[in-house]
Design a protein around this ligand. Structure first.
Ligand code: G3I
Length: 380
């Protein structure tokens, strides 16, 4: 297990980890044979008993053969970027739209990939009818019906479900750091217990996960949020509420990456001590704060962060799954059309983020090689 200081040293030494390497640093692009097949992410992950994957855009999966090919070649686990959320799944209060979620599950099964389910209970991506339909009187029924129906449909097919997503936000000022979201407003904190218990009944073998973001750095805000999540998990364990894993989303900003130090390592060790797994669920690096306009310079910095971050996390046995939030830069949520994307590119709204391991032609970027080396660093 990594000590706090060792983890910090690792992250700070990302430059050192870059010197060990690959030909791309010397301006030479590796050949195709080096990043597919034996050279693929999934092959390197599987050699260490790890899962590696990405969030899948189902619309793109349907229309882009090269994207499909990359998913098949590179990953042994996938997650729907949108298709399993309430909004996409629930066109009306009484009907479900299964087309996209089923398509992803079928695709993953056909190609021997594991699946993460994302997500069963979140304050965002709710259907338009939600606000005028769900209330204190019927919220528990809506929540439990939804979970029974969705988890039941895919029973036995999902490795891990994000049962509750982003329920902690200390800035909202509620006791114990809860987010002031609709589920909390309707049911109080017990919505979390209800969701996890219902998910366990619906699929006893899926790993039930609490998933959240902005818990990676040692900033005062991230530290507070991480502590509130650890306390939530402790309370759940004390009450016998089933929980198997915590998802650390890992939407990292290139300019705050240096602040990722001992706190996260301590948190992962704490979760491991409780017998939980820890997943890196949504890794990407927001390069908006980097001054360099040349993509190559940003790619190099972003790769250093991928390498040091994943290497540090994989020093903990509890960390078994590493997923990026997308595959090629162009389709990342960080590069979404205005106004959505601009919100995350305030400094350089016209500059495409280099945030993921593949370029827009699905060729590997420096981050790919850094991630692959990080998977190989697993020594447990
Ligand atoms: O389809 C419309 C399009 O017609 C329109 O032009 C465009 C511009 O506003 O919006 C498009 O839909 C957006 C869709 O992404 C595609 O870009 C939705 O408004 C937007 O809500 C949706 O956002 C997704 C978001 O979750 C909400 O579901 C993002 O793609 C997805 O990456 C993001 O993922 C979340 C995780 O679930 C939880 N953790 C954070 C992560 C990033 O925000």
């Amino acid at each position: 297990m990594a000590t706090r200081r060792a983890f910090g040293r690792l992250l700070l030494s990302s430059g050192a980890c870059l010197t060990a390497a690959p030909r791309w640093l010397h301006g030479q692009q590796p050949g195709a044979e080096e990043f597919t097949g034996a050279g693929s992410l999934k092959n390197h992950a599987a050699a260490h008993g790890l899962y590696t994957g990405a969030a899948v855009n189902v619309a793109l999966m349907r229309k882009d053969a090269k994207y499909r090919q990359t998913l098949i070649e590179q990953y042994n686990i996938v997650v729907a970027e949108r298709s399993m959320k309430w909004g996409p799944l629930r066109p009306t209060p009484t009907t479900f739209f299964w087309g996209d979620a089923d398509a992803l599950v079928d695709f993953a099964e056909r190609h021997g990939m594991a699946i993460r389910g994302h997500n069963l209970c979140w304050h965002e991506a709710l259907p338009t009818w939600f606000a005028s339909t769900v209330n204190k009187g019927n919220a528990e029924r809506f929540l439990t019906d939804h979970i029974r129906t969705v988890v039941g449909r895919y029973k036995g097919k999902i490795r891990a479900w994000d049962v509750v997503n982003e329920a902690i936000e200390p800035k909202d000022g509620l006791p114990e750091g809860y987010r002031n979201g609709p589920w909390y407003q309707f049911l109080g904190p017990r919505f979390i217990d209800i969701a996890f218990r219902t998910a366990r009944e619906a699929d006893p073998h899926a790993l039930l996960t609490y998933n959240d973001y902005s818990i990676e750095t040692d900033s005062a805000e991230d530290t507070k949020k991480r502590e509130a999540i650890a306390a939530l998990v402790e309370r759940m364990r004390d009450k016998g509420v089933p929980i198997d894993a915590v998802g650390v989303q890992s939407h990292i900003s290139a300019t705050s990456a240096a602040q990722i130090d001992g706190g996260l390592s301590h948190f992962v060790a704490h979760m491991q001590g409780l017998g939980l797994k820890v997943f890196i669920t949504e890794l990407d690096v927001n390069d908006d704060g980097l001054a360099a306009n040349e993509a190559a310079a940003r790619e190099k910095t972003v790769a250093g962060i991928y390498g040091s971050y994943v290497t540090g996390m994989l020093r903990h046995k509890a960390v078994t799954d590493v997923l990026t939030w997308g595959t090629a830069n162009r389709w990342s949520w960080l590069n979404a059309p205005a106004p959505y994307g601009v919100k995350f590119r305030p400094k350089h709204p016209g500059r495409e983020e280099v945030c993921l391991p593949f370029d827009n032609n699905y060729q590997p970027l420096p981050a790919f090689y850094a991630l692959r080396r990080a998977l190989d660093s697993r020594a447990l």
